[in-house]
Design a protein around this ligand. Structure first.
Ligand code: SF4
Length: 329
């Protein structure tokens, strides 16, 4: 992000906890720490990639930013205005400027609606266009995402997986948003189709100055589209830096482990052994101190009690590790 650009989105100390209930009386017996104090900003025309293993809280961050789930605490600001506690009516115009594309295009499209009606629905709901005007706008959106206007009459099952995700992108574009949250938008697609959809998103960003919060577990995908990358582990952000800086100089042991686990393209090359052991602990009562200490080969005694915070290590690079910001590895 250019320093002169105002932050389109500013998230501070975002927390989302869910109660765990049990028994006939549904008593609270624990807490899922889905997101536990996440802060970041996103500039106009910028893409921030959010990566981490499944269950690390990245999708909860996405939904909290859009207020699809209510944060437990923290602050979300759009263009400097706090939207964290806005009521339904006040939130409506903000929602127009922030849209989401989900992972599974088939599940997020109504199978009984024609593709053109699906894409035109946001325009109808917000009362922005009707009749021929809406049809013309939908045809334009179809063209923008690489579909033919005559396909507006087809139903979702008549499209391929990649085409269905193009319909979802067209629907997200309908209200001319400034921010699109992309929640694993290519994970369900074949690899060859993934590249086409990513390139479409990059092209649309250039044309419309869109900002993306791009959520993925695949580092190769994130590397391709992101300007900056943030790494999450068990509801916390452990590292954030410019894409090139992060891939060239990963500092957090978890980021290093993620990068080392990327499959080698040549099957004759021997895959190095994994840098972490075991599975991600449960987000119900997560480990004390550094949440990664149960899997970190560099863990020290203080890692069990002291929670590391994100610290600046230069080059607009922040790391949450007690071992000298990861520099001592
Ligand atoms: Fe490992 Fe300790 Fe750094 Fe956590 S704080 S990543 S346990 S060295």
């Amino acid at each position: 992000m250019n320093n002169a650009q105002p932050a389109l989105l500013e998230v501070k100390d975002l927390v989302k906890h869910y109660p765990v209930r049990s028994g006939v009386l549904r008593r609270r017996v624990g807490t899922v720490h889905a997101v536990d104090g996440v802060s970041f900003s996103l500039g106009a025309g910028e893409t921030l990639g959010l990566v981490g293993e499944s269950g690390c809280g990245k999708s909860t961050v996405a939904r909290s930013v859009l207020r699809l789930v209510e944060p437990t605490s923290g602050q979300i600001a759009v263009d400097g205005a706090d939207i964290t506690h806005l009521g339904k009516a006040a939130l409506r115009p903000v929602r127009r400027s922030m849209q989401i594309v989900f992972q599974d295009p088939f599940a997020s499209l109504n199978p009984r609606m024609r593709a053109g009606d699906i894409v035109g629905e946001p325009l109808a709901v917000h009362g922005l266009a009707s009749g021929e005007q809406r049809q013309a706008r939908v045809a334009e959106l179809f063209q923008q995402v690489g579909l033919r206007p005559d396909q507006m009459r087809n139903f979702p099952h008549q499209f391929s997986g990649g085409q269905r995700q193009r319909i979802c992108i067209a629907r997200a574009l309908a209200l001319s948003p400034r921010l699109i949250v992309c929640d694993e938008p290519v994970s369900a697609l074949d690899v060859s189709i993934q590249a086409q959809v990513i390139n479409l998103l990059i092209d649309l960003q250039r044309r419309h100055g869109l900002s993306y919060l791009f959520i993925a577990h695949d580092l190769a995908v994130v590397a391709h589209i992101s300007h900056r990358v943030a790494v999450m582990y068990l509801g916390r952000m452990v590292e954030i830096a410019g894409k090139d800086e992060l891939f060239r100089n990963p500092r957090h042991p978890y980021t290093r482990a993620l990068l080392a686990s990327v499959p080698l393209p040549d099957p004759r090359q021997k895959q190095p052994p994994p840098l972490v052991d075991g599975d991600v602990p449960s987000p119900v009562n997560p480990p004390t101190g550094c949440a990664f200490h149960t899997r970190c080969r560099f863990a020290m005694a203080q890692c069990k009690t002291e929670r590391p915070v994100l610290r600046d290590v230069g080059a607009r690079h922040q790391v949450a590790c007690l071992l000298n910001g990861g520099a001592g590895l």
